[in-house]
Design a protein around this ligand. Structure first.
Ligand SMILES: [Zn+2]
Length: 252
């Protein structure tokens, strides 16, 4: 097989892997941002529950204070009612005492409601706190993995670029130019196989005479339909040709 064809096949495998690595490097910060956003929303929810619990406890104290005030008032009114001269005056005091007792009942009812609400809020806060602790640890672990993965990807990418440069230097410059032009215009697939008399990329049937020329493999031939460089029955698979470089990075 012509060296140029073999080099182009290897280069395409390198370029494919480089594209995957580049995409992964771009995707990792997005993933980190997403898990951080989720964590922040859970932290905001916990902060809101804690604020509601604090407000609940403040109101409970206020109501308890009100009860105390009303009780002191009642005790004072009772003392005063002992000094009264007429039934009308006595009834007026009684009326006032009843009003205070009513206020106490209202405050007690409200305290019972607050206690019920506080139970739910406390349970929510407890659950959220322990869930958040686990989530924070998980986020940190994932961020570490993402950082390590990015470093690995960048190192692998640098290695691929080195290999690619070696290949580029070894290729006929016109062939490399053709390869590059095709790679940019044919969705990264510049070189393809002729399988069962067809171009594997565009599936057009290859003329018999053209196929005979292709079999000789003594020149670089392009598909008459899609223009891609054609390889006839490559001796090894695309992956096999670049085995070491293509699998330099551990599989995900
Ligand atoms: Zn084709």
């Amino acid at each position: 097989m012509l060296h140029d064809i073999q080099a182009a096949v290897s280069m395409q495998a390198l370029d494919k892997r480089a594209l995957e690595l580049t995409r992964e490097i771009a995707m990792l910060p997005k993933h980190v941002a997403e898990i951080e956003r989720k964590l922040e929303s859970h932290e905001r929810k916990l902060a809101a529950d804690k604020a509601a619990l604090a407000a609940n406890q403040r109101e409970r104290k206020t109501r308890e204070g009100e009860i105390q005030t009303q009780e002191q008032k009642i005790s004072k009114l009772r003392d005063q009612s002992l000094q009264v001269k007429t039934n009308d005056q006595y009834r007026a005091f009684q009326h006032e005492i009843e009003f205070c007792q009513n206020e106490i009942r209202k405050a007690e009812d409200r305290i019972l409601d607050l206690m019920g609400e506080s139970e739910t809020l406390t349970a929510n806060v407890t659950v959220a706190e322990s869930a958040l602790k686990a989530e924070r640890a998980q986020v940190e672990a994932e961020k570490k993995v993402a950082r390590e993965r990015t470093d690995q990807d960048k190192a692998a990418l640098a290695e691929l670029e080195k290999q690619r440069e070696e290949l580029r230097i070894s290729m006929t410059s016109a062939i490399y130019t053709t390869y590059e032009k095709l790679r940019r215009t044919r969705a990264g697939v510049a070189i393809t196989e002729a399988v069962d008399g067809r171009c594997l990329a565009c599936n057009i049937a290859i003329r018999l005479q053209y196929l005979q020329e292709l079999k000789r493999q003594d020149s670089v031939q392009c598909c008459e339909n899609c223009g891609r460089i054609l390889v006839y029955n490559p001796p090894v698979s695309f992956e096999g040709l670049t085995g070491a470089s293509a699998s330099a990075h551990p599989a995900a």
